[in-house]
Ligand binder design. Sequence first.
Ligand code: SF4
Length: 262
Amino acid sequence: MQYMISKSSDGTIKITFKEGFVSVIIPTIDEKYAVCVSSQLGCPVGCSFCFTGKRGFKRNLTKEEMMKQIETVMTIIGKIPNSVVFMGMGEPTLNLENVLEAAEEIHKKYSIAYVRITISTSCLKNLNKLLNIPFNLALSVHSVDEKTRKKIMPKSVSTKTILNFANKYFKIHPKKYLMIEYALMKGINDSEKDIEKLTKIKWPKRTLFNFIQFNEIGKFKQVNIERMREFKQAMRDAGYKAFIRQNRGSDIKAACGMLDYK
Ligand code: SF4
């Protein structure tokens, strides 16, 4: 068997390939599917809230291995997925050449629009390499407080560098959106001060905020949905688009930060 399938009670499907990497199929509305692809086996970045990061790094995946993830997903769902996110195991910018080649092939071969293919990054020193990519971009920020971010994402650049990047990004892509990902963790990045700091920053207008319902991993705990709504509303009141991404697939360890490998 080339892969193993686990099914969540919420419909999410996790595919564990015999090589150890993992893909996740997330059913959305109207029988549409989003697919989360891994770019590395393990991850060298070591974000403290992430199980993949704790397991360390084995190797980069090849373009063919990323294409194999998409092809396998299509065999399982019987159609082309509607969107693809490079948010599985690994930091895509540390395997950027292979990731961009795979993303381009997915776009051309399956006619999936560039805006439906997202590259996610934990904002390392190489962030500027993403300035000119045609795909959607998601920046994992998780806190704009420097001390907190250094604690949970020790390799991430400063908020100021992220903001500079966002401003440069919109000069090049004025019609696109840029997504900021913020996984809410109880007692870590969910205080009133955190809301205040996040809303006080003058983000470019087309910055989108995605508040993620975090999964319980070790000392990192989930916040309740009301608190998530308060963050979302605060950003909306500040004039930005903001959304909540609910926890999917946590019962099969397929949710954000939970991916493990053999
Ligand atoms: S959150 Fe992403 S970048 Fe950070 S350790 Fe996990 S997989 Fe790597």
